[in-house]
Design a binder for this molecule. Sequence first.
Ligand SMILES: Nc1ncnc2c1ncn2[C@@H]1O[C@H](COP(=O)(O)OP(=O)(O)O)[C@@H](O)[C@H]1O
Ligand SMILES: [Mg+2]
Length: 227
Amino acid sequence: MPAISVANPKGGAGKTTLAFVLACELARSGASVAVIDADPNAIIAGWGRKRVEQGRASPFEIIAGPKESELVRLIDQYTTSHDFVLIDLEGTASRMTSRAFARSHLVLIPFNLSPIDAELAANAVALIQEEAEALGRQIPFRLVRSRDNAAIQTKTAKRIIGAIEEAELPLLSVGLVERAAYRDIFDFAATLEELEEGTTSGLSTARKNAYEVARAVIEAVQTEMAA
Ligand SMILES: Nc1ncnc2c1ncn2[C@@H]1O[C@H](COP(=O)(O)OP(=O)(O)O)[C@@H](O)[C@H]1O
Ligand SMILES: [Mg+2]
């Protein structure tokens, strides 16, 4: 039922990776999942195409390259037929992004813990707030730490997180950690579940992290839908 958009005007923020990992995790937990790939880079759609070429099924449905004019209809259609709809958005602010926000139960904003990226994440938040103002209602969102250092938190990271807390911006309790597995899923056209310990290092940490991130997102979307 819920539609979850993944947005941040900054390219390389980790939107596609987060959307994909969530889709895999939600599907693994038994939910029916549809991914609308509105990223011009079409990484998730490409992943799906490779699967088809190799005769391997995909655990979730992929809707590739939606037109701006059909996005709202697609979101409405798939939120009716599926348990979760994930929308991987393009880097730039656009009408496509605005429409996705207007139809989303939750917007996730992944960002890297660097000062420049944190500032760009703040722009993404401003974009959501602008859209919310135009709509005349709140658009629930969470900032999500991306490519997080699993072992240590640097002083810079602490400072950025401190600033987010001070600004009272909602931050997802769990971030997506930096892991080779999150790159190998695309390299091997695989899910986290399908990757093998022999070829991908730190796989069990990635799987545990993906599970925890998905739990936190489900909790956030439930909180917002109940409100
Ligand atoms: N958690 C992560 N661990 C390892 N690599 C990551 C992670 N998140 C993103 N990346 C890598 O960073 C790059 C940008 O990520 P991507 O998800 O494509 O960002 P966006 O969709 O915001 O442009 C890609 O090369 C991707 O493989
Ligand atoms: Mg992307």
